[in-house]
Design a protein around this ligand. Structure first.
Ligand code: PLP
Length: 358
């Protein structure tokens, strides 16, 4: 099988797996302790969590603290809901992940910030004067657009609003820019599934959304030392390998553009994470393409939207018609993708598209 769906999730790094094993049982069977217990086993597990916290924090700006959560959706919900005490509007880009836009719609009122055909959200545009929070993802999961988050953070600050950035697709790949709240997820950076984090700027507080033992200060629940250790090891590796990973991805991108030269790219090519190629071909039957390329893992739109039958809100926001959006696929590659895999995958996709008479 050829895996070309790096925005949906990424392969677990062997280093992250190794770091986790110790805390599942450990060589002497003492790795399972509750990290919130004061005895020796508990303290050992707690120390592993604090090491992981520092490793994850090293991917993020100074001046805040990492709070582990179950995933990025939970982190985003905590930031958006937990800061809503005084009321006010939430302004969000038109291409945010469902974790942000569904939450904004539920908690209301909300205001959508428009994007151009590259998916970029112009920081000169207005938002309502009662805006309490601006949400702007750093890298979009469907088209890879890299937003001007530094300028948006400035705008939010000048307007007295909080700034949340969803850095799920950027953390570990590039410097995460400043914010009041930053949401990230381990499984997008070669860590395990089932753990994320919310970085909270020092001095800010949130109303907890999950109450109980308050182990993470703003969030309750016993932490998993294994998941934390895997997240930490993955973060450390991502930081160390960042230049190397980026260079590898640029090579794959250049080759992918050649291999898919018969397709139209969705979104821009420049302010874009180059591990993401979202492309379309007029008349393409994506379901048929996927069933004919069973050995190639790629996506129709975002992993969350694909299979739902709904047209991607991201592709619509950048100006595609419903039909063009339905003719689109997303090919994602990264650290462990080899050139041969990319070529074989692209050849299979092209052959199946040509068999449709395209
Ligand atoms: N934000 C973005 C941009 C994503 O790509 C995803 C996952 O698809 C999420 C948030 C949610 O992450 P998690 O799976 O950790 O809840």
């Amino acid at each position: 099988m050829i895996y070309l769906d790096y925005q949906a999730t990424t392969p677990l790094a062997p280093e992250a797996r190794d770091a986790m094993l110790r805390w599942l049982d450990g060589p002497d069977g003492t790795g399972f302790g509750n990290p919130h217990s004061p005895h020796r086993m508990g303290r050992q597990a707690a120390a592993a969590i604090e090491l992981a916290r520092d490793q994850v924090a090293a991917l993020l700006p100074p001046g805040g603290k990492v709070h582990f959560t179950g995933n990025a959706c939970e982190a985003i919900n905590l930031a958006m809901r937990g800061s809503g005490g005084e009321g006010g509007t939430v302004a969000l880009s038109a291409i945010e992940h469902a974790a942000v836009y569904e939450t904004a719609r539920l908690i209301g009122p909300w205001h959508e910030l428009t994007v151009d055909d590259a998916g970029l959200c112009d920081p000169a545009q207005d938002f309502p004067p009662d805006t309490r929070m601006v949400c702007m993802m750093q890298v979009n999961n469907e088209i890879g657009a890299i937003q001007p988050t530094i300028e948006w953070h400035r705008r939010a600050k000048a307007a007295g609003a909080l700034f949340l950035t969803d850095a799920v697709q950027s953390a570990g790949k590039m410097a995460v820019t400043g914010a009041d709240f930053i949401a990230i997820s381990a499984h997008k950076l070669h860590g395990p599934k089932g753990i994320g984090a919310l970085w909270i700027r020092d001095g800010l507080t949130l109303d907890p959304q999950v109450t109980g033992g308050m182990q993470e200060g703003v969030r309750s629940g016993t932490l998993s030392p294994a998941l934390c250790a895997g997240f930490g090891a993955a973060a450390k590796l991502a930081k160390e390998r960042q230049p190397q990973d980026k260079a590898h991805i640029e090579q794959l991108w250049n080759r992918a553009r050649e291999l898919f030269s018969g397709w139209t790219i969705n979104g821009g090519a420049d302010a874009r994470w180059h591990g993401n190629l979202n492309i379309r071909r007029e008349g393409l039957d994506v379901n048929r393409l996927m069933s004919e390329c069973r050995n190639v893992m790629f996506s129709a739109g975002s992993a969350c939207a694909s299979g739902s039958g709904k047209t991607s809100h991201v592709l619509k926001a950048i100006g595609l018609t419903d039909q063009q959006a339905k003719n689109s696929i997303r090919v994602g590659f990264g650290r462990y993708t080899t050139m041969e895999e990319l070529e074989q995958g692209a050849n299979a996709i092209n052959a199946a598209a040509e068999a449709q008479g395209l």
